[in-house]
Ligand binder design. Structure first.
Ligand code: C5P
Length: 217
């Protein structure tokens, strides 16, 4: 069984994907965390974020793993736990630049498909339904209004101890969405078979219930 969840930044995809995977006993794969980990490593290695060839080579040699798939999942990049580090404002502002590179996406999509080969998965990202799991059993497109997505992202950053300027967070999300929707490969879009859910007025329990109803669980 494969469940794809796509949608813009801050729509609550990871939260709901994690809950859904736990409920169904599937493995949760956070593909955004993979692009974030690669961006973290590129910055750490002083790689110019416009250098497609260097980023391609970095993507090929970087090992990204998820531990504890059904509990408090950790993101491990070449053996180092980067779970918190990849959620910083710097990574937020840089990741879409890295993810826009066609060469990088080719490597990452192959890694993601490999992860879903032998297990039932809930996978979230931007191009899951179209590129990574085109034969997924369910393709959800989870969205929410921009102010609501900004509000959720601000709460997340504050809970991690970051001081944030609300207007800047909204601008950053908007800029990232624009890059994610307008790039030439792996762009975020709804598909003819997308199940679109606006979560602006739903809490996570209501959303989970709705998704389980659709899946028939
Ligand atoms: O989902 P999250 O907001 O953590 O993703 C971070 C960034 O990674 C996105 O803004 C997007 O640029 C990139 N991404 C992507 N394709 C995916 C998942 C994430 O390009 N499948």
């Amino acid at each position: 069984m494969q469940i794809a969840i796509d949608g813009p930044a801050g729509a609550g995809k990871s939260t709901i994907a994690r809950m859904l995977a736990r409920e169904l006993g599937y493995v949760y794969i956070d593909t955004g965390a993979m692009y974030r980990a690669l961006t973290w490593k590129a910055i750490k290695n002083n790689i110019e974020l416009n250098n497609s060839q260097a980023l391609y080579e970095l993507a090929r040699e970087t090992k990204i793993q998820f531990t504890n798939p059904s509990g408090d999942q950790r993101v491990i990049c070449d053996g180092e736990d980067v779970t918190e580090a990849i959620r910083s404002p710097l990574i937020n502002a840089s990741v879409s630049l890295v993810a826009a590179k066609a060469e990088v996406r080719k490597v990452m999509v192959a890694k993601q498909q490999q992860m879903a080969k032998f297990e039932s998965v809930v996978m979230d990202g931007r191009d899951i339904g179209e590129q990574v799991l085109p034969d997924a059993d369910y393709k959800f497109f989870i969205t929410a209004s921009l102010p609501e997505r900004a509000r959720r992202r601000i709460a997340e950053l504050q809970s991690q101890g970051y001081e944030v300027k609300p207007a800047e967070v909204e601008k950053e999300i908007q800029a990232r969405d624009q890059m994610d929707c307008e790039r030439s490969v792996g762009a975020l879009k709804t598909l003819p078979d997308s199940i679109v859910i606006d979560t602006s007025l739903l809490n996570t329990e209501q959303l989970l219930g709705k998704m389980l109803d659709i899946i028939g669980e």
